[in-house]
Design a protein around this ligand. Structure first.
Ligand SMILES: Cc1ncc(C[n+]2csc(CCOP(=O)(O)OP(=O)(O)O)c2C)c(N)n1
Ligand code: FES
Ligand SMILES: [Mg+2]
Length: 719
């Protein structure tokens, strides 16, 4: 080939290759996610986001003009980058370097250099990891060869790879690349912007192959301070973190995954949110629409996989009204208090939509202050007037309305007991507090319920675990009509907002004269129970510390306003029974009852309430499921403390086997030193083998500024 033809051909290959590379690289994130982005100020649920420069109009524009977008050429600029020192690449070698955001295979032959795109045009093989010989760079995957200067394929019919200009300067080797510099918004930009307008401030997840366009939109929002991304080690932790975030704050956070395995990893945590009625937004990547169907790599039918758990699920298409899809996702999550799911095929994420507008929640949600119907209030008042020993049971659904419920309790002089999920909704030191009812509860609550002649139940779901006595007359208040009389008839089902209902019930109550008696009775029962707890705390068989001692110490050491995420197992039952709450918020995997919830939930709680002390409690079995997330806590310097009860056993399962007269089988655990593990992750770890060390160890761990773990050797039999 004569030199002129050679040069012309090289130029053609160069231009064609450049276009391909630019398109390919448009799909890629531009730089690493910065962990140092400042936390956005906490927001009121569903308020528009903080004002910022160049905020898009929140007007809803129906039918975005998305599809006209891709035909428009992106604005590009040529830039030189220093990619290597003068002697960094050995003669005859190829090295992987970066010119800005472009991956380059840099080759050296004598004093000459060649620079080709680092990604093979065949299936994306890493060219810089290939072989370079006699002026030909061969891809390590399937062996395609490319001329090291022009990028032309040495085999007929194969595509060329882009080649770049190289210069040797005094201070090193420079490569010139063409970069996209325009800021035309993408489908992802519009949707993430809309998501932020709905008040979503945190995204938990893992960036990867099929979500990079979406990740880029999140990254951009993060650099503006509007959203924070927390990269986890397992997507299941992202979903649990979102679930806990919503349980604590009432607001949705989002979780982000790739297609296939990333998406399926979310499912346990999403089920937790679904069955406990917590709003969560799941964002999953998907393969290109072009290859949807035949079973491409990592392609699964995500819509079907999420069908049973999602209140609402949609695939984002080129012709979708993108902002509106995000509106609907968040509206369903918030109103139905469940999981919404958006599937983002890869190429749709980066469709350019210059004329589309973001949207938001304005005018899309009604108030939830439902006033109960007067007939049911009148019937309930008549029952209250006759009752001599009414008792109040509060569930998790009443957590935001405790002030009104307690005012009613005071007026009635009624003891107030909580479900396990409602633990902490009133301080145990309150003169009418009777602690937790049921299997993880106190004998105080149990005996006061059995002596009551009327139960007034607010926001509880009548789980078997709580064991609300159905033989008693019951007034039940809930704002979910399906929850009323869910398993059996109740005397008066009241549909309405709990605070409003409690106030209406309080109005016109007859004067109750036995004011002091009930308080004195409750106080006596507490004294008896505390004496019993102290006796149990003193027990020891030389096989570890008794749970009563562990939770007595935690009751002393946990700050009054801490958030405590618990797990599942004997450790959790013991927490329910022995820990005495001040004003702490307790988070749990209630209806799903998944072990492993505790640590990821603490991560979610840390994001939702950065100013509160965050604690989590689990056993060795539960911690083992997501222990990798301790590194996540270290990475983001989360100020949280995990209390780990190590009994070398799936203790609760052993107990179940014994109770069912099965042999105890396969419940022993092979554990590392968890305290050392925490230290090796870069956190603070301490091991406690003696009850006398509990308080100091907990105090030190809680005082530590960053993630801490207290490993307590506990006795499996002393729960
Ligand atoms: C994901 C999941 N797998 C299994 C179970 C069943 N399960 C309930 S408690 C428990 C044992 C937990 O052991 P550990 O965390 O050590 O707590 P311990 O009972 O010893 O305090 C298991 C396996 C579950 N609830 N969730
Ligand atoms: S990916 Fe390079 S030859 Fe196949
Ligand atoms: Mg255990």
């Amino acid at each position: 080939m004569d030199p002129l033809t050679n040069a012309v051909l090289g130029l053609v290959f160069l231009v064609a290759g450049l276009a391909a590379t630019v398109a390919m690289y448009m799909l890629r994130g531009r730089q690493a996610i910065s962990p140092a982005v400042s936390e956005a100020a906490p927001v009121v649920p569903l308020q528009p986001k903080l004002p910022r420069a160049a905020a898009p109009s929140t007007a809803v524009r129906r039918g975005t003009s998305a599809v006209r977008s891709t035909a428009e050429p992106a604005k590009k600029e040529r830039r030189w980058y220093r990619v290597a020192g003068l002697d960094e690449v050995a003669d005859g070698a190829v090295a992987a370097v970066e010119a800005g955001t472009t991956s380059i295979a840099l080759m050296r032959q004598g004093e000459q250099y060649g620079a080709l795109a680092g990604i093979c045009p065949h299936q994306g093989g890493p060219l810089a990891e290939g072989t370079f010989d006699a002026g030909i760079l061969r891809c390590p995957w399937h062996g395609w060869g490319f001329d090291w200067k022009t990028g032309a394929s040495v085999e007929p019919k194969h595509d060329a790879v882009p080649a770049y200009a190289v210069e040797t300067r005094d201070d090193g080797i420079y490569v010139q690349v063409e970069e996209v510099v325009d800021t035309v918004q993408t489908v992802s930009d519009v949707m993430v912007d809309t998501m932020v307008n709905w008040g979503v401030r945190h995204v938990f997840g893992m960036v990867g192959h099929s979500n990079l366009g979406l990740s880029e939109a999140i990254r951009k929002q993060e650099t503006q301070g509007d959203v924070r991304f927390i990269g986890v080690r397992h997507e299941g932790a992202a979903a649990f973190a979102c679930s806990a975030y919503a349980k604590l704050s009432g607001r949705p956070a989002a979780c982000l995954t790739i297609a296939g395995p990333g998406a399926t990893n979310l499912l346990t945590g999403l089920w937790d949110a679904h069955v406990d009625r917590a709003p969560v937004l799941a964002l999953t990547g998907q393969v290109d629409t072009q290859v949807l169907g035949p079973g491409a790599f990592q392609e699964i039918d995500q819509a079907s996989a999420f069908q049973a758990v999602a209140a609402w699920s949609q695939t984002v298409l080129a012709t979708s009204d993108h902002a509106e899809l995000m509106n609907l996702a968040l509206k369903h999550a918030v109103v139905e208090r469940g999981v919404s799911h958006l599937i983002f095929p890869d190429e749709i994420q980066v469709l350019r939509v210059p004329d589309a507008s973001a949207s938001g929640p304005d005018g899309r949600l009604g108030e939830v202050g439902i006033t109960p119907d007067t007939r049911s209030i009148d019937t309930a008042r008549a029952l209250l007037a006759q009752a001599t020993r009414p008792a109040i049971i509060v569930g998790y659904g009443a957590r935001e309305r405790m002030e009104q419920v307690l005012a009613l309790a005071e007026a009635l002089n009624a003891p107030v007991m909580t479900t396990f999920k409602g633990k902490g909704q009133l301080p145990d030191a309150h003169p009418l507090a009777a602690g937790v009812l049921g299997r993880s509860g106190t004998p105080i609550a149990g005996s006061l319920m059995s002596q009551a002649d009327l139960l007034i139940v607010f926001g509880a779901s009548f789980a078997a675990h709580t064991g609300i006595d159905r033989t008693k007359p019951i007034i039940q208040v809930d704002y979910d009509r399906l929850a009323l009389g869910k398993f059996h008839p109740v005397a008066v089902p009241i549909w309405g907002e709990i605070g409003i209902a409690a106030e209406l019930l309080r109005e016109g109550l007859p004067d109750r004269t036995s004011a002091g008696a009930m308080r004195a009775e409750i106080s006596r029962k507490w004294a008896d129970w505390r004496a019993e707890k102290a006796r149990r705390a003193g027990e020891g068989r030389g096989h570890g510390i008794a749970s009563a001692a562990i939770f007595a110490a935690l009751s002393r050491q946990a700050p009054a306003d801490a958030v405590i995420a618990v797990d599942v197992g004997n450790n959790t039952y013991s927490f329910g029974r022995y820990f005495e709450c001040k004003n702490q918020a307790v988070l749990m995997s209630g209806y799903l009852g998944s072990i492993g919830f505790g640590l990821p939930a603490a991560i979610g709680a840390w994001a939702a309430a950065p100013d509160r002390t965050i604690l989590s409690v689990s056993g060795d079995g539960g911690f083992g499921q997501y222990m990798g997330e301790f590194t996540t806590a270290v990475k983001y310097n989360m100020n949280l403390t995990h209390i780990l009860l190590n009994n070398n056993e799936l203790g609760k399962i052993s107990k179940e086997q014994q109770a069912g007269q099965w042999p105890v089988w396969q419940t022993s655990l092979q554990n590392p030193s968890f305290a050392e593990f925490a230290t090796q992750c870069g956190g603070y770890g301490i091991r406690v083998e003696d009850a006398g060390q509990l308080d100091q160890a907990m105090a030190d761990a809680i005082a530590h500024d960053g993630p801490a773990l207290v490993e307590i050797i506990s006795d499996v039999a002393l729960t």
